[in-house]
Write a protein that binds this ligand. Structure first.
Ligand code: FAD
Ligand code: SF4
Length: 480
């Protein structure tokens, strides 16, 4: 059964898509610019190693379904990745066209073209076939199989009663990718997510102008159609890890990161103060959500920029981003920064908030101290130090702290033999296996917060490692 529809913001026109779809003529012209490199650097730069020249070649010959299947061979979330990947620093950034001083091939938009065609048409993946399961464990995510006319590798696409069952905790890109790959090999999988709708940050966190919740849910539906079961449950609360261990042979942990870090200054409790993650989730899911007229965003990362751009598009008259270091140290991608300036967001450097000032219980201004840069801190970036007595205020009616997500691992910190380091799960990188061999992990909870495509790669890698387990025991052996 399909999940309930997420309320779509009434203001979609205010969120024109970042990379609009190519029409068929432009797609074919763009595909024909591709040099179809042997040992293509774009495929190497893609964390899921999509066979880029192959899927583009298929577009140029009009084989759009074949093109989509080539993408799915490597990356089941090809739709969301085509919209959200920072292509400038991944596939397109390594396109050989740069060497000829030419515009790189628009790989992301061509991928989107193939994906849109697939989802607008049959949506079904090819029928199951039987073949021995591969043993890709210990390798990087393998390049896509050249035989793209099929999807399932496994014993059977359904009716796998006696096979070992796998639980995936979290319904974000890492778990979805892991679950799809396991189903592809014929194994029964259940995904546990604590939110009303699966998809993780693809559904609730990524900016609306990049990926709409409805598109994230279309991908969830495709994965559901492979036979993946979805259950809404908070593991560690309503269901315990011990319960999962009894029911499942292996557990994949893809829980992402925790809530946003707090500023730790007076006034954070005031009305009108909302952290960037909650702000993005609210405007994506509540049609009546109202933005302030004068918004202050605190932080210099991509999430700060997403929140600032959204504030502008939702109708804020002024949006100001304050960052405690300088423009040079800002962690956001430079293309995100450039885009935000075009949106009309104003940037202020070397300023650190010391208090949110209120009026009648509502945020009315933020008091800042000017900073200067000292010696590098543990992250290697120069430390921002407040300049004594250099205070100034910025009036506002909404404050959006965007300091990054915390690495809270409450569910795992209580033993189970899973080692954590710096709030992240320690894994064997080639397999995603944790220090407890029953548990695998991937995505943000392992890498500390990267991109959707990295989480997809992690999930797939772990699934391949699980199915390659020499001692993959029958279900009976794991009970009792
Ligand atoms: C605001 C924002 C914007 C972003 N924009 C981009 C972008 O434009 N492009 C890009 O490539 N990446 C972007 N990212 C990063 C990207 O969203 C993440 O890297 C990716 O979603 C990580 O996937 P994941 O599966 O590891 O975790 P998540 O997507 O966080 O999914 C984890 C899921 O697990 C659930 N969960 C947690 N604990 C439990 C529990 N105990 N029991 C059950 N379920 C649980 C969570 O509710 C969530 O649904 C953005 C991130 C943020 C925060
Ligand atoms: S998944 Fe992302 S990085 Fe990989 S080829 Fe597609 S757009 Fe590029």
């Amino acid at each position: 059964m399909s999940p309930p529809a997420l309320p779509v913001p009434l203001n979609l026109e205010r969120f024109p898509e970042l990379h609009p779809a190519l029409d068929s003529q432009s797609a074919i012209a763009e595909a024909n610019r591709c040099l179809f490199c042997f040992d293509a650097p774009c495929a190497a730069a893609c964390p899921t190693h999509i066979d880029v020249p192959r899927f583009i070649k298929k577009i140029s010959t009009g084989n759009l379904r074949g093109s989509a299947l080539t993408i799915f061979d490597a990356n089941i979330l090809g739709l969301s990745c085509s919209r959200v990947c920072p292509v400038d620093v991944l596939c397109e950034g390594s396109c050989v066209m740069h060497g000829y001083n030419k515009k790189p091939i628009e790989i992301g938009r061509l991928q989107r073209y193939a994906m849109d065609h697939f989802y607008a048409n049959t949506r079904a993946l090819p029928v199951p076939i039987s073949e021995p399961r591969p043993s890709e464990v210990g390798q990087a995510v393998p390049p896509a199989s050249p035989a793209s006319g099929r999807f399932f590798h496994g014993l059977s696409a359904s009716g796998s009663g006696l096979l070992p069952r796998i639980a995936c905790i979290g319904g974000g890109p890492a778990s979805l990718s892991c679950a799809a790959e396991l189903r592809r090999h014929g194994y029964p999988v259940t995904v546990f997510d604590n939110r009303p709708l699966p998809g993780g940050l693809n559904t609730y966190g990524v900016a609306e102008y990049k990926l709409r919740p409805s598109d994230s849910l279309r991908e969830v539906d495709l994965i559901r159609s492979l036979g993946v079961e979805f259950r809404q449950a908070e593991i560690g609360d309503t269901v315990q890890l011990e319960d999962l261990e009894k029911e499942f042979s292996f557990v994949f942990v893809g829980v992402g990161l925790g809530a946003m870090e707090r500023l730790g200054i007076p006034g954070e409790h005031l009305r009108g103060v909302i952290d960037a993650l909650r702000f993005i989730e609210r405007y994506k899911t509540s049609p009546d959500f109202a933005v302030g007229r004068r918004v202050v965003v605190i932080g210099g990362g991509n999430t700060a920029i997403d929140a600032a751009n959204a504030s502008k598009r939702l109708g804020a008259e002024e949006v100001h981003i304050f960052y405690r270091r300088s423009e040079k140290e800002m962690p956001a991608f430079s293309f995100e920064y450039d885009r935000s300036k075009v949106e009309g967001v104003r940037f202020h450097w070397l300023a650190q908030p010391v208090e949110i000032m209120g009026q009648d219980g509502r945020a009315a201004a933020v008091k800042f101290a000017e900073t200067r840069l000292g010696l590098p801190d543990l992250s290697g970036r120069r430390k921002a130090e407040a300049v004594e007595g250099s205070y100034f205020e910025c009036a506002c009616d909404m404050v959006i702290p965007a300091l990054g997500q915390s690495r809270f691992m409450g569910m795992l910190s209580a033993a189970r033999g899973i080692e954590l380091k710096g709030g992240s799960i320690v894994v064997d990188r080639p397999t995603g296996r944790t220090t407890n061999p029953k548990y695998y992990a991937g995505g943000d909870c392992v890498n500390g917060g990267r991109e959707v495509v990295d989480a997809v790669a992690d999930g797939k890698r772990a699934a391949l490692a699980i199915v390659a387990q020499p001692s993959f025991p029958p279900m009976e052996a794991t009970h009792g």
